[in-house]
Design a protein around this ligand. Structure first.
Ligand SMILES: [Zn+2]
Length: 147
């Protein structure tokens, strides 16, 4: 089982392992391993901050700007990202319980929902806050691969 969640809801004792999938960590989060490779690049992070600061951060900008950029980055850096996604798949297969943790409040507007979709698309058992199916993100990644 892979669970995506906000850091505030993270309880170390509930998981075999936890990956903090953010670009940078000012203060370490106990019980997590920092995995920046599965987070947006600084470029995309700054794009996100610009959208927030200009009041344009919403479901539409997430879908139209952030999602294609993030999936594109996962693909461009696939030599680093795919082995990590594969590692998560293997751990899930072995029945491990892994948390993917981020600081964003809203899962639906966070890259962790995209990671969830990539894992759902390859058959991982993924727990999301409301049981959402994000596997369309896996299809988007596969479309990039087909090009
Ligand atoms: Zn996030």
């Amino acid at each position: 089982m892979i669970e995506i969640l906000n850091v505030r809801n993270f309880k170390e004792e509930n998981y075999d392992e936890a990956w903090l999938t953010v670009r940078a960590v000012k203060h370490p989060v106990a019980g997590t391993k920092h995995v920046p490779t599965l987070s947006p690049t600084w470029e995309l992070f700054h794009r996100y901050r610009e959208l927030v600061d200009s009041g344009q951060w919403n479901a539409q900008s997430f879908a139209e700007v952030y999602v294609p950029e993030f999936i594109g980055e996962m693909y461009i850096y696939r030599r680093e990202t795919f082995p990590l996604l594969n590692e998560l798949w293997k751990k899930d297969q072995k029945g491990k319980c892994i948390a993917l943790v981020c600081f964003c409040a809203d899962e639906a507007l966070c890259h962790r929902s995209i990671l969830a979709g990539l894992l759902q698309g390859v058959g991982c058992s993924v727990k999301t806050e409301h049981g959402t199916d994000y596997s369309m993100y896996y299809k988007m990644l596969m479309e990039l691969q087909g090009k």
